[in-house]
Design a protein around this ligand. Structure first.
Ligand code: ZN
Length: 443
């Protein structure tokens, strides 16, 4: 996976309309004013791509122009990030213009850029996933930067700010409040707050182990359903199959699936069908766990939980419900392809980018066997005394070791304290620092 760099002050960010063209309609003009101001307050320079504001009808009739904007944003070296205006329902129609364009594919690989949005944007994310770029299922322009309250919703703002360099997420936990969806999005409603509620439940573990890990992969459940069926558009399934958009069973293996429902608030019967469509593709047989977004306005809250357990029909698969991503506000950002550790004792999702890094063992959290296997579970580190959820239980030293956290390995404290090593044998390496790094602190 390629990971785009985070945003810096002075960066240009492109705004694109890849699904609905509503950003170009008069009724969204105040969202533009508000969103532009907020981006500028971050020191970012918004650039509306040439077709982004051409309106609903034009963009509906010209998927190729929507695709062109995305391609041009990738070809423009001065642009560091790309923010989707909003979702819609037919961004799959861009696929032929992008997936058969070598120049676009090369640009994505050579100039990875931060890309964010949700809902129908799931299709764009899956395309980037296929092309090997890690993107963010998170805030978009109209709903978040253009939020008409005086401030962005704090939790969603934090998600957006995690895109700024030096401000990356280390963990995701439940928002303390949730908001009802607005009835009035018009200019008249500027400055009004959403109706808010205290979050009473937080992340809810429906079943399975408290701790699980894997790379994040998912999106909007309705988008998945539309890819797999002829539910919404007759040609969608075929087109998405042609470009291999839905990950194969092998690609799902070991992942954490994240899914959420849209503002259409699918009735329980439909929700069930959507889950069965995923089940039929073998997804639940191979993923390590499932994160499910909070339903908008908590509609069908209990029904969805019951259906999840019924359809998955395997009480060992961890399912965490009521996570703040997707359509319900506020929302966090889920990064595709990033390793996450879900620890429901702590009710937190730890993001790998912030786990200790090991220069000579970049894949330590996956398959690297130089250090004995990394364990995901709850334990007290024998070195620092902290409660940790990622650790190793072996070290070559005198004392009996059952838990050393990754941080104490990485900063060399454990090697010093227990006068031991994490690797027993290594061939002589000419570079002394490297040798030390390999053996002592595995750094
Ligand atoms: Zn420790």
């Amino acid at each position: 996976m390629k990971y785009a760099r985070k945003l810096r002050k002075g960066d240009k960010v492109a705004i694109v309309s890849l699904s609905s063209g509503m950003l170009g309609e008069d009724f969204c003009s105040h969202n533009i004013e508000i969103g532009v101001k907020r981006l500028k307050d971050y020191g970012l320079e918004p650039v509306f791509m040439p077709n982004a504001l051409k309106g609903i009808e034009y963009l509906q009739n010209h998927p190729e122009m929507r695709a062109k904007d995305l391609k041009d944003a990738f070809l423009d070296d001065s642009i560091a990030g790309i923010i989707c205006a909003i979702g819609g329902d037919d961004t799959y129609r861009l696929l032929p213009y992008l997936m058969e364009d070598e120049e676009f594919i090369e640009a994505v690989n050579k100039n990875p850029k931060l890309f964010t949005g949700f809902s129908d944007t799931t299709i764009n994310h899956l395309m980037f996933y296929k092309l090997g770029l890690s993107t963010y299922y998170g805030p978009n322009f109209i709903c978040d930067l253009g939020e008409i309250a005086d401030e962005m919703l704090p939790y969603s703002r934090e998600a957006f700010e995690s895109y700024l360099e030096g401000n990356e997420y280390s963990e995701i936990k439940s928002s303390q409040v949730w908001y009802e969806e607005r009835q009035d999005f018009s200019r008249n409603a500027i400055g009004t707050d959403r109706k808010s509620h205290k979050e009473e439940r937080g992340f809810e573990l429906l079943q399975g182990n408290e701790i699980f890990q894997g790379e994040l992969l998912g999106g909007c459940l309705e988008s998945f359903y539309d890819i797999l069926t002829v539910n919404r558009y007759e040609d969608e399934k075929e087109l998405c199959e042609k470009y291999g958009l839905f990950p194969s069973k092998e690609e799902w293996r070991g992942k954490i699936l994240f899914i959420e429902t849209c503002e259409e608030k699918p009735e329980p019967k439909l929700f069930e069908k959507e889950l069965i469509a995923l089940k039929n593709r073998g997804v639940f047989d191979v993923v390590n766990g499932v994160l499910v977004g909070k339903p908008q306005d908590e509609t069908y809250y209990q029904e969805y939980k019951d259906i999840l357990i019924n359809v998955v029909d395997n009480n060992e698969l961890p399912i965490v419900f009521n996570v703040n991503f997707g359509h319900a506000t506020p929302r966090c950002a889920m990064q595709y392809g990033v390793k996450a550790v879900v620890d429901m004792n702590e009710k937190k999702i730890f993001i790998n980018n912030n786990l200790s890094k090991f220069k000579y063992h970049p894949n330590i959290y996956d398959t690297d066997k130089v250090i004995d296997k990394v364990i995901y579970g709850e334990e007290i580190c024998q070195c620092c005394g902290n409660k940790v959820s990622v650790y190793v239980e072996n070290m070559y030293c005198e004392p009996d070791i059952y838990c050393i956290c990754m941080e104490c390995i990485s900063n060399g404290k454990a090697a010093k304290k227990f006068e031991g090593e994490f690797i027993q044998y290594a061939e002589d390496v000419a570079d002394k620092n490297k040798m030390n790094g390999l053996l002592k602190d595995a750094h």
